[in-house]
Design a protein. Structure first.
Length: 301
């Protein structure tokens, strides 16, 4: 096969000759990089049309419908960073920020704030926060299997700003010497639900991990297993997001903290966008995908 590599605007970049039809897209990227006409493969996006869908690395030229002599459009995605590195920065940061504010540093509260008594809810909230982000770090290291090796570097700054900023904002209010805790029943019921939803989130992540063998990009329809907390797959495509949202709503009720509720609502908005996209992809990829499922909130969204 003969391939003309052009920019998104149609400017010629490179011509590749004598490629077999079973050549993988990732091999084409490697040849572009080897020719010094394009960035390293992780920064490349190849498309059949200037604004078409990105070709998957594991696809062959024949499977994409490409014909010899046609053009492939190359887009430079910009500096990239490994998903694991980004996730660790996103999750370690909020853990450090919250626990730092939990000590009531003089920089935020004044020199005598640390000596004032804490509410029991402040201690419980710090523990819940630490459990959540420690869990996320451990999942990043030992559970998640990423379908893409990298993500844009700018996402690191955007995501860290979001997570770190909210961590400081929430921690400032919950650990303030003037913070007033809600009633005990509200606190302990909400805390119990928080840990239940955290366990549910972990259960979903473990199930999703087991669907994809190590080193592969295999995709299957996720279905509930023997763990009752995975039964949410009967109703939504992304129950990991559902449990995440529920956990932060429970945390907001437990602390009766408006910034925590703002964090939960912002998370719901973003995760709904992700869930809707994944739900559409599931339905496109699997003709037999369960029709009764919604994307993130059972029977609603």
């Amino acid at each position: 096969m003969e391939i003309q590599i052009v920019s998104s605007s149609g400017k010629p970049i490179l011509k590749l000759d004598s490629l077999p039809s079973n050549t993988l897209v990732q091999d084409v990227k490697a040849k572009i990089h080897a020719s010094k006409k394009g960035p390293y493969p992780g920064r490349q996006m190849l498309r059949l049309e200037p604004k078409g869908k990105a070709l998957k690395d594991e696809d062959t030229l024949a499977s994409t419908g490409f014909k010899s002599g046609e053009k492939l459009y190359l887009k430079d995605l910009g500096p990239q960073m490994g998903w694991s590195t980004v996730f660790l920065a996103e999750y370690a940061g909020p853990l450090f920020v919250y626990l730092w504010v939990y000590t009531r540093p003089w920089l935020l509260y004044g020199s005598d704030a640390a000596a004032k008594p804490y509410s029991s809810v402040a201690h419980l909230a710090a523990f819940c926060w630490a459990v959540h982000y420690t869990k996320r770090i451990l999942e990043t290291l030992f559970v998640h299997r990423f379908s893409h090796a990298t993500m844009p570097l700018m996402n690191l700054f955007k995501n860290c700003g979001y997570y770190w900023g909210f961590a400081g904002y929430i921690a400032y209010h919950v650990n303030h010497p003037l913070y007033t805790a809600p009633c005990c029943s509200q606190v302990y019921v909400s805390a119990a639900l928080f840990f239940l939803f955290e366990l549910g989130n972990l259960s979903i992540h473990l199930l999703l991990r087991d669907l994809r063998p190590p080193g592969s990009k295999v995709r299957k329809i996720p279905m509930p297993n023997k763990n009752p907390l995975t039964a949410l797959f009967k109703y939504v495509s992304c129950p990991n997001y559902t449990y995440e949202v529920y956990a932060w709503i429970a945390f907001s009720i437990m602390t009766q903290c408006l910034p925590a509720l703002m964090f939960a609502v912002a998370g719901l908005a973003q995760m709904t966008i992700w869930a809707l996209g994944k739900h559409r992809n599931y339905k496109k990829e699997f003709p037999n995908y369960p029709k009764g499922r919604t994307s993130i909130i059972p029977f609603l969204i």
